[in-house]
Write a protein that binds this ligand. Structure first.
Ligand SMILES: Nc1ncnc2c1ncn2[C@@H]1O[C@H](COP(=O)(O)OP(=O)(O)OP(=O)(O)O)[C@@H](O)[C@H]1O
Ligand SMILES: O=c1[nH]c(=O)c2[nH+]cn([C@@H]3O[C@H](COP(=O)(O)O)[C@@H](O)[C@H]3O)c2[nH]1
Ligand SMILES: NC(=O)CC[C@H](N)C(=O)O
Ligand SMILES: [Mg+2]
Length: 521
């Protein structure tokens, strides 16, 4: 089945992913691509409408940062946002200049000229009955001359052309950012563009998508076999459930106990998958193998690389035991794809080597099956619910593949892992009991291999420290530390110190991301 689609062209905006999110929320399929994709690509993609994102450049400096001309020749509506508006103006014969008044943050925009884009959408109105909108701006350039055929449809105090349109041709542009939540009616504006102006229906729904995905997996796999690394996390669990729905027993999951899992995790995963869902799961106890290779290693990057390598090692060994195994399935999701795409616009530094990216050796001899490649995390969760996975599994916090290996600072030892497992379980227990688990995006304990002095029962102690970490975030790219109630933190600290012998001090991590990261290594 083919969907009606929107195409988002990325000019290097920090929030380009959000545009795609906002469109998907309208149950309209869309993809984000670098602005310089080929004309042939755009024609073949056959969008129902195109959105041009913002970006850091100025149109009068970065002359090659233009939308492919075909964008304006396809006969479909186009929405330019910020830089997207400026390049639209420039390319169609208008003018853009650097502005004396730069605007960053809140602005009030007055809508005028009865455009389809804003009609009936306002936060309040002024004395003349014009709609006023609270919008979020981030620009230093502005359109100073309209291209032929355009009229002004919105203005703000320091930006006379805050929005423009050529309704005849379906070209719309806004200087503000409708994709961020600070633009209060942004969601309505995106909805208006994709539904009314582009004429897209609501045909992107997870329950319907199951059938489509199942067909595709069957066609790809045929009568061959698939192995999937199952972690019990959201992505691999949903991938397992989906592939199992498609090919049943041709799927074998491999759950690796690397000795770095949380308390009772192995039992829980086996229980849910093998017993409740009837999926074939092989439980590989590779504790010795992982711990052996990690012995004496304290550099975080080296630890990550070793863990990644050993995972592949295990998958390969297991695949050899299945004569028809030709596929390795992964729970790769859309943000993973976008973040590692290395588009012309991306200049990201390597902060951490994620264990599952780029670690596949040439000799693997297995094809990759990635049925969640087009989905955002919340879509993956919705799909999981539609597939009948238990709520607790679908809404659990993410857990990184290197597991406790990156939560024990420095060298990993079994003794440390055992202490950490117990402290972590107490923290998560208490979070749930206090109804805070679902209010945080990720929470865990970290083991610090330093000792401090304490006094317990009149005796001196000299023991290890545990740090608690809890964050709130939408996308895990940035995060705030969670303002957990002091009483809750107090209770967790008390329980850990009383119940886990070997730990006599608990601290709470109050660093945001950036500048810190969520995991400590
Ligand atoms: N213990 C494990 N055994 C087998 N495969 C694993 C294990 N840990 C991680 N993996 C593999 O690595 C992939 C990436 O891990 P990642 O943590 O990003 O995803 P996830 O565990 O599926 O979901 P979540 O992000 O919710 O934790 C998983 O999809 C899974 O295929
Ligand atoms: O599957 C994974 N393999 C990894 O190697 C890995 N490293 C970090 N994470 C998770 O990614 C999110 C962001 O983490 P950081 O702020 O620590 O970079 C957080 O959710 C982290 O738990 C990983 N997940
Ligand atoms: N956020 C943007 O797209 C900014 C566009 C352009 N660089 C400006 O400053 O006006
Ligand atoms: Mg995980």
């Amino acid at each position: 089945m083919s969907h009606q689609k929107i195409l988002v062209l990325d000019f290097g905006s920090q929030v380009a992913q959000l545009i795609a999110r906002r469109v998907r929320e309208q149950q309209v399929y869309c993809e984000l691509h670098p602005f310089d994709v080929s004309e042939a690509f755009i024609r073949e993609y056959a969008p129902q409408g195109i959105i041009l994102s913002g970006g850091p450049n100025s149109v009068y400096e970065a002359l090659e940062w233009q939308a492919p001309q075909v964008v304006f020749e396809l006969g479909v509506p186009v929405l330019g946002i910020c830089y997207g508006m400026q390049t639209m103006a420039e390319q169609l014969g208008g003018k853009v200049e650097s502005s004396a008044q730069r605007e960053f943050g809140y602005a009030e925009m007055r809508a005028h000229g009865h455009s389809k884009l804003f009609e009936g959408i306002q936060d309040r109105s002024n004395d003349q009955g014009h709609g006023l909108l609270d919008v979020w701006m981030s620009h230093g350039d502005k359109v100073t001359q309209l291209p032929a055929g355009f009229k002004v449809i919105g203005s703000s105090a320091s930006c006379p052309v805050a929005a423009m349109a050529d309704e005849e041709r379906g070209f719309y542009a806004v200087q503000f950012h409708p994709e961020v939540t600070h633009t209060l009616k942004g969601k309505d504006i995106i909805a208006r563009f994709v539904h009314r102006i582009c004429g897209c229906g609501r045909d992107w729904k997870m329950p319907d998508y199951i059938g489509e995905a199942v067909e595709k997996i069957r066609a790809q796999v045929g009568d061959e076999e698939v192995i999937l690394g199952l972690s019990g996390g959201v992505d691999s669990s949903v991938a397992a459930a989906l592939i199992h729905r498609a090919i049943g027993d041709q799927l074998t999951c491999v759950f690796v106990d690397n000795g770095l899992l949380r308390l009772n995790e192995a039992e829980q995963v086996m229980q849910t998958f093998a017993r409740s869902l009837g999926v074939k799961v092989i439980h590989v106890d590779a504790t010795e193998q992982f711990m052996g290779h990690l012995k004496g290693v304290s550099d975080p990057e080296q630890k990550r690389k070793i863990i990644g390598r050993e995972f592949v090692e295990v998958f390969q060994t297991e695949a050899k035991k299945l004569p028809k195994a030709r596929w390795l399935a992964q729970g790769t999701i859309y943000p993973d794809v976008i973040e590692s795409a290395g588009a012309k616009t991306g200049k990201a530094h390597a902060i951490k080597s994620h264990h599952n990216v780029g670690g596949l050796p040439e000799t693997l001899n297995l094809k990759l099956l990635e049925p969640l490649r087009d989905l955002f995390k919340d879509e993956v969760r919705e799909l999981g619910v539609a597939l009948g996975l238990p709520h607790d599994m679908v809404y659990r916090h993410p857990f990184p593949g290197p597991g406790l290996g990156v939560r024990i600072l420095g060298e990993v030892k079994k003794e440390y892992a055992d202490l950490l497992r117990r402290a972590d379980a107490i923290f998560i227990d208490e979070l749930r009991a206090a109804d805070w688990y679902d209010k945080t995006s990720q929470a865990f304990a970290v083991f610090l291999p330093v000792k401090s002095v304490g006094v317990m029962g009149d005796g001196r102690t000299y023991e290890y420290v545990v740090a608690l970490r809890a964050v709130q975030t939408q996308d895990f790219m940035t995060a705030h530390w969670a303002e957990l109630p002091h009483s809750l933190l107090g209770k967790v600290s008390n329980r850990i110190i009383n119940e886990v012998r070997g730990i006599n001090r608990v601290v709470y991590d109050i660093s945001g991301k950036p500048p810190a990261t969520i995991e400590w290594e």
